[in-house]
Design a protein around this ligand. Structure first.
Ligand SMILES: Nc1nc2c(ncn2[C@@H]2O[C@H](COP(=O)(O)OP(=O)(O)O)[C@@H](O)[C@H]2O)c(=O)[nH]1
Ligand SMILES: [Mg+2]
Length: 238
């Protein structure tokens, strides 16, 4: 060890080789995500991601109301603090449990595994996970979901898929939300779709507005189809 720099553990002065502990954390996370998939074999799980304020909770409320006759829906809602979103979901008649991450900027699989012991899952067809508002960290954490859906609001700018590629690369569906505001903001659905497809050619894209209802039927039909597929694959495994 160099006496000139006793804390460098023998590395050259000016550089230090750090162990990437995040990689180990993600391996552990993937292991837990696998356990969640095993446990939720006949529940369709959708991990809903976006920046804060893109309209996740509003969309979940509306979706829950619209699909109440067709599907039994529960939701786990992640936020750094407060139970506000779970309260909003319960007000909309949806069984909801808040995951308070204690300041953490994403949900980890172990949080979901813990939460599953505290939410009624008997007869549930569709479990939403509303992730913490963030386009970066949540992309790295598999939560045992079947599908990842990322909202991008028209007010956020159409440059985000290329700036936050991992979020869009790991998603199955991008919802361009707050479409009712498109006439008022400089946002091109064509440009954002082109960029998103350059990041992930398989990404489905829908344009929706919870405020005026545009695209909500298409979104609800997409969900019903995914629930059907999950049930069919669960039956095949039995
Ligand atoms: N114009 C417009 N505003 C919306 C829409 N959906 C949600 N909002 C508003 O956007 C804000 C954030 O919504 P919220 O659902 O809490 O977003 P979250 O943080 O992603 O869960 C609220 O003031 C909503 O009323 C929409 O489709 N159009
Ligand atoms: Mg919310």
């Amino acid at each position: 060890m160099s006496t000139a720099n006793p804390k460098s553990l023998g590395n050259r002065v000016g550089s230090v080789q750090c162990d990437n502990t995040t990689l180990h954390l993600l391996k552990a996370n993937d292991f837990v995500a696998k356990a969640i998939r095993e446990r939720l074999k006949d529940v369709c799980v959708i991990n809903v991601c976006s920046s804060p304020g893109s309209g996740k909770t509003t969309l979940m409320q509306e979706t829950g109301k619209r699909l109440a006759q067709d599907l039994n829906i529960s939701i786990l809602v992640g936020d750094p603090e407060t139970e506000r979103d779970a309260i909003r979901m319960r007000e909309a008649g949806i069984n909801a449990l808040q995951i308070v991450t204690g300041g953490m900027c994403h949900i980890e699989a172990q949080m979901i595994l813990q939460a599953l012991d505290h939410i009624e899952l008997e007869g549930v067809d569709l479990l939403f996970i509303e992730n913490v508002g963030n386009l970066l960290c949540p992309s790295a954490f598999d939560l045992g979901e079947d599908y990842r859906v990322t909202l991008l609001a028209s007010t956020e700018g159409d440059d985000k898929p290329k700036k936050y590629p991992r979020m869009f690369l790991t998603s199955e569906l991008m919802l361009v939300s707050k479409a009712d505001l498109l006439p008022y903001v400089p946002f091109s659905v064509e440009a954002v779709t082109k960029d998103a497809h350059e990041v992930n050619p398989n990404l489905e894209v829908m344009t929706i507005s919870t405020l005026n209802g545009d695209g909500i039927d298409e979104w609800c039909n997409w969900l019903k189809e995914k629930v059907k597929l999950k049930k069919a694959s669960a039956l095949q495994e039995d």
